[in-house]
Write a protein that binds this ligand. Sequence first.
Ligand code: SAH
Ligand code: SF4
Length: 387
Amino acid sequence: MKSVNLLEFDLDGLAAFCEQLGEKRFRATQLFRWIHQKGASDFAQMSDLAKSLREKLAGTAFVKPLTIASEQASTDGTIKWLFDVGGGDAVETVFIPEDDRGTLCVSSQAGCAVGCRFCSTGHQGFSRNLTAGEIVAQLWFAEHHLRKRLDLADGERAITNIVMMGMGEPLQNYSALVPALRVMLDDHGYGLSRRRVTVSTSGVVPMIDRLRDDCPVALAVSLHAPNDLLRDDLVPLNRKYPIAELLASCNRYLDAAPRDFITFEYCMLDGVNDTPEHARQLVHLVRDHVSCKFNLIPFNPFPESGLKRSPRERVTAFARVLQDAGVVTTIRKTRGDDIDAACGQLAGEVQDRTRVKERISTRAPIRIHREGPQGVSETYNKQESKA
Ligand code: SAH
Ligand code: SF4
């Protein structure tokens, strides 16, 4: 039997593995608790497991952590780790402490194939999917490392929330994502509630439907534009799954979702998508159609993007249009930007094995609109009138 990394398994997977070793399910549960609740990686430590099982495990399995390439701590308490995942690839994980919670921002891929204009991961291209074990290993390391580092009392948790908002498009790595989510949710694992685990997606419509059926957790959708013409340019996946289809899938998702709203993320780009008219278009799009909240993200600039952060007043004016129309809207606090750990700044180290990077660098620059308070280009108006 080939030796396997036990971090790859959710509890059902581990039970199936233990069955092959001739062991009952409750043994798998014990083992799972040792690994995820106690952070053990050495079978010899697992004192209540039968010696015969520990011996069998030693020959067939291991618990493999990720290799840390670097760690950076921000003045605001945010910590970013760079993990070497082999083959010249490295991914980033960010811990964001707040008074009432500890959030871990987890990566799902080395790079990303979607190629959004405003995202530094997107600009790096795509190398490969992470395995379920590599996704789980980010949490396994962070939780047990932080318990010691923060000197937490027995039973106290360092990580109370997870957001799949690191590098990669989680719904383009579905088969690894789902077992990893199950480990996060399992009472014998990290025991996180479905409301505190968020998958963020640029809008892979068929996989939103599958997630609803397989493992509904909180859903955040990266919208970033109120019409298809602009979204086609900012989030290229929109050409495949346009806004109307995306919103319909959000509504289907809400039937099973642990929260009764979808969070729409909207990255505020100076002169691109940030006028009051864009906000009004958004109101028109969602009000009475999708139960949602907006989270406006101040753009975190990086040199190759050629884009700028919207001025603060424009962000608040934009928020006001949505709020006045009854759409709940918050503005995201930027955390960890002194260590490039803020949204969209995670770049890790990626061997681009596709041509995403090349395609992105040869795209025409986006048109920036600065024409007065309406701020809507003719092109967008044409698109509107077609609708
Ligand atoms: N691929 C997923 C999750 C990772 S990105 C997705 O796109 O949703 C996590 C969030 O950061 C997304 O909302 C994304 O749009 C946003 N983001 C990406 N680049 C950014 C940047 N430079 N500044 C601010 N937010 C950014
Ligand atoms: Fe990929 Fe999300 Fe970045 Fe777009 S914003 S390139 S989907 S990681």
